[in-house]
Design a protein around this ligand. Structure first.
Ligand code: ZN
Length: 126
């Protein structure tokens, strides 16, 4: 199909409403590729995530957000998990920071990760 002015307008509208490419393609009677290509050419902003139906596109860019609220060695408090984050060979810069589990230095998932499963179960019998 041809990208007429009205179709382009429709595309923009649907895009801004947060419709997914597949839906827009169906609406306009074209293919998803065509919709994405056109959106790209129009430099439409990537829509907000998480508000439309379950088809979430995995983003290609890793999100450094993850480390944003992590405590550093200076910031970490006594009750916080000291599991170091980052590359194995780097000196740790950030720590997990979740609440510690019982009297371990780590939070529960990290205790489980670091402790032999059997030993962990033995120590945590009800
Ligand atoms: Zn942890």
């Amino acid at each position: 199909m041809q990208w007429t002015e009205s179709k382009t307008e429709q595309l923009k509208e649907l895009w801004e409403q947060g419709s997914i490419a597949t839906e827009i393609a169906k609406e306009l009677g074209t293919s998803r590729c065509s919709v994405l290509g056109k959106a790209n050419r129009l430099s439409l902003t990537p829509r907000k995530r998480g508000c439309s139906s379950g088809t979430r596109q995995p983003s290609a860019t890793p999100k450094p957000k993850e480390l944003k609220n992590r405590p550093t060695l200076e910031e970490i408090e006594f009750h916080q998990c000291r599991y170091p984050l980052g590359e194995r060979n780097d000196p740790p810069k950030y720590f997990c920071g979740h609440d510690r589990y019982k009297n371990y230095s780590y939070c529960k998932p990290h205790v489980e990760l670091c402790t032999d499963k059997k030993e962990f179960d033995l120590n945590n019998k009800p």
